[in-house]
Design a protein around this ligand. Structure first.
Ligand code: SAH
Ligand code: SF4
Length: 368
């Protein structure tokens, strides 16, 4: 069986061409799947019956199955989705005044092992397929529509999800091809038709892949910086040992030339007494001086067995003030969905770690 959720426009055209169908049929199919959100080939009523019957023999439309569906008091909703082999991933819907954002996962687990990340602590199992990535958006739209949710921002004939952030489980740029294909479907006018500024990819800083993304599919970019110098970042975000801050920032500047927005967002997780001192804010401001950027301060979300604590509100505000005094735009991220463990970095799912990675504790942290 093939899964039509795996096919972006060019793959769908190739599939139809292979079967001797006319090219515009591929567009129709794409529309049925992603605009019509149908879950079976038989529902594609403007395809010729013979085409439909032939396709129905070996094609299906199947998103990962829902294991759990929970809604927090603030309206944030989290789906735990089964991706087979004892792996589960999470997608989170965040309604705001003027938009509906879906935070989606790109991998089952993550290999990059950032010190403060619950997903990273579970190890890595595998990359998600295109169908598993875009299936999160397909499913969320269907579920919200089925529930009769009609948020104020939804225009006639449009879907409830207006923005996508690749900030769930996994490092999206480590699953480059599938993530790019899924994002192309998000942007495609025959599918979700989201503008490039409404799709944000967050990366821990895979420098060569940032350059590739700039050519392949430039969308809004968020970069997980989290430290003002290499010494600390090496310990918090181990990929920094391979791609240090100066190289990462240079890649950000190159990216902005093609990006749909004229700035990069730097994410900075606020870890009590680790990276949240006023002097570190001043250092950070100096380091990013030459990069057009906004800084998003994320209160650390604790999870079981973590050695980190969340910075106090006072320390976060003081840190923000230092950045603002240095002329930077700095915001503090509102924590959403806490009551259902849907907050940033808490997405744990349930992953079978086949990397058998050695568990190590970082003892040297906690200076400052
Ligand atoms: N792998 C990508 C995207 C997924 S994580 C990346 O690292 O950017 C999305 C954001 O959540 C990143 O900025 C990440 O550093 C942050 N994050 C991870 N664990 C967190 C936690 N426990 N509390 C707050 N933010 C966290
Ligand atoms: Fe992976 Fe991102 Fe978590 Fe780091 S913060 S371990 S890159 S998901």
């Amino acid at each position: 069986m093939i899964n039509l959720l795996d096919f972006d426009q060019s793959a769908m055209s190739a599939l139809f061409a292979e079967r001797g169908e006319r090219p515009f049929r591929a567009k129709q199919a794409l529309r049925w799947v992603h605009r019509g959100l149908v879950d079976r080939v038989g529902a594609m009523t403007d395809l010729a019956k013979a085409t439909r019957d032939a396709l129905a023999l070996d094609a299906e439309i199947r998103a990962p199955a829902v294991v759990r569906d929970s809604t927090a008091s603030d309206g944030t909703r989290k789906w735990l989705l089964d991706v087979g082999g004892a792996n589960a991933i999470e997608a989170v819907y965040i309604p705001e005044d003027d938009r509906g954002t879906l935070c989606i996962s790109s991998q089952a687990g993550c290999a990059l092992d950032c010190a403060f990340c619950s997903t990273g602590k579970q190890g890595f199992n595998r990359n998600l397929s295109v169908a598993e990535i875009i299936g999160q958006l397909w499913h969320a739209n269907r579920a919200l529509i089925a529930d009769g949710v009609s948020p104020p921002w939804v225009e006639q004939g449009r879907h409830p999800i207006t923005n996508v952030v690749m900030m769930g489980m996994g490092e999206p740029l480590a699953n480059f091809d599938n993530v790019v294909a899924a994002m192309r479907i998000m942007l495609d006018d025959n599918a979700y038709g989201l503008s490039r500024r409404r799709v944000t990819l967050s990366t821990s800083g895979l420098v060569p892949a940032i350059d590739r993304l700039r050519d392949a599919c430039p969308v809004a970019l968020a970069v997980s910086l989290h430290a003002p110098n290499d010494e600390l970042r090496d310990r918090l975000v181990p990929i920094n040992r391979k791609y240090p801050i100066a190289e990462l920032l240079a890649a950000c500047v190159r990216y902005i030339e093609r990006a749909p927005r004229d700035f990069v967002t730097f994410e900075y997780v606020m870890l009590d007494r680790i990276n949240d001192a006023p002097g570190q804010a001043r250092d950070l401001a100096k380091v990013v001086r030459d990069v057009p950027c906004k800084i998003n301060l994320i209160p650390f979300n604790p999870f079981p067995n973590t050695e980190f604590r969340t910075s106090s509100r006072n320390r976060i505000v003081a840190f923000q003030r230092e950045l603002q005094n240095a002329g930077l735009v700095a915001t503090i991220r509102k924590t959403r969905g806490e009551s259902i463990d849907a907050a940033c970095g808490q997405l744990a799912g349930r992953v079978q770690d086949r990397t058998k990675r050695r568990v190590h504790k970082i003892h040297s942290l906690g200076a400052h």
